[in-house]
Design a protein around this ligand. Structure first.
Ligand SMILES: [Zn+2]
Ligand SMILES: [Zn+2]
Length: 349
């Protein structure tokens, strides 16, 4: 199937239109028209080959909401016209211990990325959601629950599950004391989801500027991380801290905030962090961890949870041809809080 998209052709040129082929429908495949696609920091890093695993041309986009156009003969869960979604992965081995546990994101062979991946059967490069159509195996297709606004839900597929998964892994429940560092695409979802679970949520920010925004998202308070007195008073007072800062930074400011056995989970920065002291970790039996997205079953659980609690990302809708400007604004954190591309703005090939 021929489709139309937007691709990076080199690491330092703007994204441009790209006509390419989606694979023929296999028996277990779902083919969809993409209606909306969120814009993630990973899209920008991949377009620029910041992590060294890009190829060109490459079509980014892994926060995908669409409508089923056709299904293969063996597909059971979906039918033509259903609203569906796809996140950061489109396949895995389905046989290893992690896949069998429903943790396909941790597949021992590596999951297959929605973009910057390789088809497990043909070896072709995968291409993402900045495009009109997508073909994906049924097991990696999510159902959009009724009652979730499909024009705003796309960022749940990466920003949403990336923050939901650690909240579940570390057992956040009503009354849990949760800190969220950074209030961007990931941070604002972490706040909304933790509040939805009944947690007492504190946003940490370098200045007080974001206090009104934090409270509006449902946080109980904002803690100014440059205020040494306030930070000292908040020592040992958190059960879990979600660190969404997407650049190299210093953890020593935050680890003393953790209570005994509590954990700071890094979900933003992919790469080096500043040299840190083990003193607060040893003396307080505190932990630092990382977490990627969640498995397919947990991603479906997150979508259903958001529908039930009426949790949606705050989005700014853009046209496909505004993507380069959106990348520039995203780098300056000039978006509240996630861009979503209206794929109707991309002409059919
Ligand atoms: Zn992402
Ligand atoms: Zn596996």
């Amino acid at each position: 199937m021929q489709t139309q998209g937007y691709a990076a052709y080199t690491r330092d040129t703007p994204l441009k239109p790209y006509v390419f082929q989606r694979r023929e429908l296999r028996a277990n495949d779902v083919s969809m028209e993409i209606l909306y696609c969120g814009v993630c920091h990973s899209d920008l890093h991949t377009a620029r080959n910041d992590w060294g695993w890009s190829y060109y041309p490459i079509v980014p986009g892994h926060e995908i909401v669409g409508r089923v156009l056709a299904v293969g003969a063996a597909v059971k869960r979906y039918k033509v016209g259903d609203h569906v979604a796809v996140g950061c992965m489109v396949d895995s081995c389905m046989e290893c211990d992690q896949c069998k546990k429903g943790e396909e994101q941790l597949c021992r062979e590596g999951n297959t990325g929605t973009y910057a991946g390789r088809d497990r059967i043909t070896g072709e490069n995968t291409q993402g959601g900045y495009s009109k159509h997508l073909v994906v195996r049924e097991e990696f297709c999510l159902r959009m629950p009724d009652g979730l606004d499909i024009s705003k839900a796309a960022p749940l597929l990466c920003a949403g599950i990336t923050t939901y998964s650690p909240l579940r892994t570390w057992g956040v429940k009503a009354g849990s004391r949760v800190g969220v560092i950074g209030l961007g695409g990931l941070g604002h979802m972490a706040v909304k989801l933790a509040v939805g679970m009944g947690a007492d949520v504190t946003v940490l920010s370098r200045t007080a500027d974001k206090e009104a925004d934090a409270l509006k998202l449902g946080a109980a308070r904002l803690l100014v991380s440059s205020d040494a007195d306030a930070m000292a008073k908040a020592g040992s007072s958190f059960d879990l801290v979600i660190d969404t800062v997407p650049v190299k930074h210093n953890l020593d400011l935050y680890t003393p905030l953790l209570d005994v056995d509590a954990t700071l989970v890094i979900v933003g920065q992919v790469g080096p962090i500043e040299e840190a002291s083990t003193v607060p970790l040893l003396l307080g039996r505190r932990r630092v961890a990382g977490s990627p997205i969640g498995g397919i079953a947990q991603t479906q659980e997150m979508l259903d949870f958001c529908a039930e609690k009426n949790i949606l990302p705050d989005c700014e809708m853009i046209r496909m041809d505004q993507i380069n400007e959106a990348f520039e604004r995203m780098e300056k954190a000039d978006v509240r809080y996630r861009f979503v591309i209206d794929m109707a703005s991309l002409p059919a090939a």
